[in-house]
Ligand binder design. Structure first.
Ligand code: SAM
Length: 244
């Protein structure tokens, strides 16, 4: 039985777990790299890896049984351009990103992240200012960051922190505030579920611009000022996941 959610701030998930470099993961490590954060059971990335054999695809996921099942699928198909790793994006990614060869990271996807609705749980959300800066430092010039959610009160703070960084821009011809469609050919499992119910999906595609990343304290201040101006989503205890 796979837990529906785990608490990323619990001691077990805060243990540092070094992630192997691309040279140890892929048959052709120099191919452009797509990183999917919160890959879950991995079916989105499995399809992407088959569609895009000239890219490497890495799925990071905090629930280990899902990683094991996804890796079993990958091995059965003998895909050398796909890997799934167990880890907490807020603990293990920063040093791994820092060690990447320049220009390798060409796409990052963060799709339907766990909502953690209650205000006291917002610090469990995956897209924290530290992660935005680490991603921005690693993304190649013009590389893509795609964020998607079906929950407005989740995507809005993601957009706020990404845009406050000043290093990621929307294509000028994109619809605002949300893209009309998914720029990728494959919907995620959560996306299929949401679309099947006729519910909206909020998406933004960003490109890395040439701006340097700001200091963390400056980004935090900027985000706090932005969010203070917009009323916070009300706590919604009924929809918050139960945590271990
Ligand atoms: C709601 S699911 C969405 C899964 C998939 N992206 C989709 O769209 O179908 C969010 C996933 O992110 C994972 N996750 C949450 N926090 C994480 C973290 N800090 N590091 C890595 N994965 C995380 C969860 O375990 C879960 O599988």
């Amino acid at each position: 039985m796979v837990r529906q959610h785990v608490n990323p701030l619990s001691r077990f998930y805060q243990l540092p777990r070094p992630l192997p470099p691309p040279a140890e993961l892929f048959a052709h490590p120099a191919l452009p790299l797509h990183l999917d954060i919160g890959a879950a059971r991995g079916r989105f990335l499995l399809a992407m890896a088959q569609r895009e054999p000239r890219w490497n695809h890495l799925g990071l996921e905090i629930r280990r049984p899902l990683v094991e099942a996804a890796e079993a699928d990958r091995q059965a198909l003998e895909l050398g351009n796909l890997r799934y790793l167990f880890g907490n994006a807020n603990v293990s990614l920063e040093s791994w990103l820092r060690a990447l060869p320049a220009g390798l990271l060409q796409r990052v996807t963060i799709q339907f992240p766990d909502p953690w609705f209650k205000k006291k749980h917002h610090k469990r959300r995956v897209l924290q200012p530290e992660l935005v800066l680490a991603l921005a430092d690693a993304l190649a010039p013009d590389a893509a960051l795609l964020v998607q959610s079906d929950v407005l009160s989740v995507i809005e703070p993601m957009v706020a922190v990404i845009e406050a960084s000043g290093c990621l821009e929307r294509p000028t011809d994109d619809a605002r505030p949300w893209r009309d469609g998914n720029p990728l050919a494959v919907p995620t499992e959560r996306e299929r579920h949401v679309l099947a119910q006729g519910l909206p999906v909020y998406r933004v595609l960003y490109r890395r611009n040439g701006q340097p990343t700001p200091p963390l304290h400056q980004l935090r201040q900027h985000v706090e000022a932005t969010l203070e101006q917009s009323p916070e989503a009300a706590d919604n205890p009924a929809s918050d996941p139960a945590t271990p």
